[in-house]
Design a protein around this ligand. Structure first.
Ligand SMILES: Cc1cc2nc3c(=O)[nH]c(=O)nc-3n(C[C@H](O)[C@H](O)[C@H](O)COP(=O)(O)OP(=O)(O)OC[C@H]3O[C@@H](n4cnc5c(N)ncnc54)[C@H](O)[C@@H]3O)c2cc1C
Length: 451
């Protein structure tokens, strides 16, 4: 039986889906959004937000150690894992409620349950069929564990926030940003951490200087990184887990976190049955207006597998809504998207790595500075900061900006505006620094290390 008719039916109330639903409704469209999980999607429930909260938690132990250099004394703090989990859960549920209110206030109908596409204009949720002029698939992605023997013993990022027991020893498998973040966070919270990565160095695709520098800094904090480490199998052994590598060596841990990849959430959604073209990994294939091979069906966010970042899903959603229900003026620009990796220390980056800039521009000038941040002159922490600028020699434009250090994301966000505006190295040089900060280094580096 067909129920209501909508102008837009959104599958997935995550970053992209909520933004698209709200904005379309605010422009007068009749909108429904369906989700089978708590509102807010990966970012709110299992990604950015809980991860950053745990990253804050992890910093306290180190800050306590550092405080001695500033005259503080006292007994070492002890982590109450149960308290951290329940405080996080309370905050996330507050955010879930805010999302529900934002959607309801905009006039969006919220449907709870798994959605399945029945036709180009029909969606089933819990046995009811809804008709819509357009369907938007914003179903995100999910972590996958490769098919090694014992894979079922491993956990993913979906499980780690709510582990019943805090792991005294955690093995993290993977070298991408999620793997590195959890390695740092759990090390900071007090776990012994071994990170296994089968490649040569962490954070493939980032600037090589950043990758090597971060690996060294994480090592100083106690993360045991093993590169060229391929997992052969995982076995349960006396209430612990033994991870055996292809080289025959093994590590015993309480938990094994697999963070080696995510796949788009398109399985059993009916998309291929109605002729929506999918890539080999299940990603929905879309054109520049996020339209799929079926004219009434659109997709955006992680499910199209471009850049897995919340602000990207939000921007794609605003571009699509403007195209469908607004002035159609807005264009999505994938150039110079800044990102951070919330490791300890953190990474902030915008633009091209040195290698990518050389490939694109040929001649580049490199400015690089490595130093001990002022705080650590008294803190006793041996952490160092790296800052790097990549400049196109022909135009003098700053085409890459990279930082490893405290609050790198906060620092890099502002510089991303300058770079988006086409700032040159001469304009960086003409900018007065804020003293004493680490960020001032970006406007005071004068001598290139590579000219
Ligand atoms: C551990 C981790 C840390 C991250 N950290 C950051 C970060 O620091 N910064 C950042 O920018 N990004 C981060 N991300 C990435 C970010 O979370 C995603 O890019 C973002 O959530 C994508 O939004 P989306 O709308 O495409 O999908 P999602 O937010 O994943 O939402 C998809 C929604 O669709 C629902 N759904 C799926 N299928 C169906 C169905 N058939 N029926 C009904 N509902 C369905 C799901 O339940 C989900 O709620 C992180 C991701 C992870 C996993």
């Amino acid at each position: 039986m067909a129920a209501e008719e909508f102008d837009l039916f959104v599958i997935g109330a995550g970053s992209g889906g909520v933004r698209a639903a709200r904005m379309a409704a605010q422009r007068g469209a009749r909108v429904a959004v369906a989700d089978e999980a708590p509102l807010g999607g990966t970012c709110v429930n299992l990604g950015c937000i809980p991860k950053k909260l745990y990253s804050f938690a992890a910093h306290y132990a180190e800050s306590f150690e550092e405080s001695h250099g500033f005259g503080w004394s006292g007994t070492a703090p002890v982590l109450d894992w149960a308290a951290l989990k329940s405080n996080r859960a309370r905050e996330i549920s507050r955010l879930n409620d805010i999302y529900a209110k934002l959607l309801a206030d905009a006039g969006v109908q919220i449907l709870r349950g798994r959605a399945r596409v029945l036709g180009p204009n029909e969606v089933d949720v819990g046995g009811t069929t809804y008709r819509a002029r357009r369907i938007l698939v914003a179903a995100g992605g999910r972590p996958v564990v490769p098919d090694v023997p014992g894979a079922e013993l491993a956990i993913t990022s979906n499980d780690i926030f709510d582990l019943p027991q805090f792991p005294r020893h955690l093995v993290v498998v993977g070298g991408g940003y999620i793997a590195c973040e959890f390695a740092s966070i759990f090390r900071g919270l007090g776990a012994q951490v071994t990170q296994l990565y089968r490649g040569e160095q962490l954070l493939r695709g980032f600037d090589d200087d950043v990758r090597h520098f971060l690996a060294a800094e994480m090592g100083k904090k106690g993360v045991v990184l093993r590169t060229h480490a391929d997992v052969a199998r995982i076995d349960a052994e006396a209430r612990r887990l033994r991870v055996t590598l292809l080289d025959g060596s093994s590590v015993v841990a309480d938990q094994v976190l697999y963070a080696t990849g995510r796949v788009p959430n398109t399985a059993r959604m009916g998309l291929d049955d109605i002729g929506v073209a999918l890539a080999a990994n299940g990603a929905v294939i879309v054109d520049e207006h996020y339209r799929t091979s079926v004219a009434s069906v659109y997709a955006l966010g992680d499910v199209i597998d471009r850049l897995h970042l919340t602000p990207v899903a939000l921007a794609e959603a605003m571009t699509l809504v403007d195209h469908l229900f607004g002035s159609a003026q807005r264009r999505m620009d994938y150039e110079l998207i800044p990102t951070a990796v919330f490791t300890h220390p953190s990474v902030g980056t915008v633009g091209l790595s040195e290698q990518a800039a050389r490939e694109r521009f040929g001649a580049v000038r490199i400015f690089r500075s490595e130093f001990k941040a002022l705080r650590h002159t008294l803190s006793g922490n041996s952490e160092r900061t790296l800052m790097k600028l990549v400049v196109d020699a022909a135009s003098d434009r700053v085409v890459g900006l990279h930082m490893v250090g405290d609050d790198a994301g906060e620092t890099v966000q502002g510089f991303a505006v300058a770079m988006k505006a086409g700032a040159t190295k001469a304009q960086f040089d003409a900018t007065i620094g804020i003293h004493p900060t680490a960020a001032e280094e970006f406007v005071t580096m004068r001598e290139p290390v590579v000219a």
